[in-house]
Design a binder for this molecule. Structure first.
Ligand SMILES: [Zn+2]
Length: 80
């Protein structure tokens, strides 16, 4: 399967899941192909990795708004 083209803004949103190994194999490949050819996103990934190393987890503020909303909704359901 040929990896699809991913735009930079889309890649940034995929990176959180990429770093958490939460992406399906086909999406992972798309991310890796983009990263191999895009210096800006490569730098962004390096920054994310450094931040995650420092914090021990993916920082919440790097989550997309939609992902953050989903997490918040799940959190509210859990706490009732
Ligand atoms: Zn890019």
């Amino acid at each position: 399967m040929t990896p699809r083209d991913v735009a930079c803004n889309e890649l940034v949103e995929l990176l959180t899941e990429y770093l958490e190994d939460a992406l399906p194999a086909s999406e992972r490949e798309s991310v890796e192909v983009h990263l191999a050819g895009c210096e800006g996103c490569g730098n962004y990934l390096a920054q994310m990795r450094a931040t995650i190393d420092a914090l021990g987890s993916v920082p919440v503020e790097t989550l997309s708004e939609e992902a953050a909303d989903t997490l918040l909704a799940a959190f509210r359901r859990r706490t009732g």
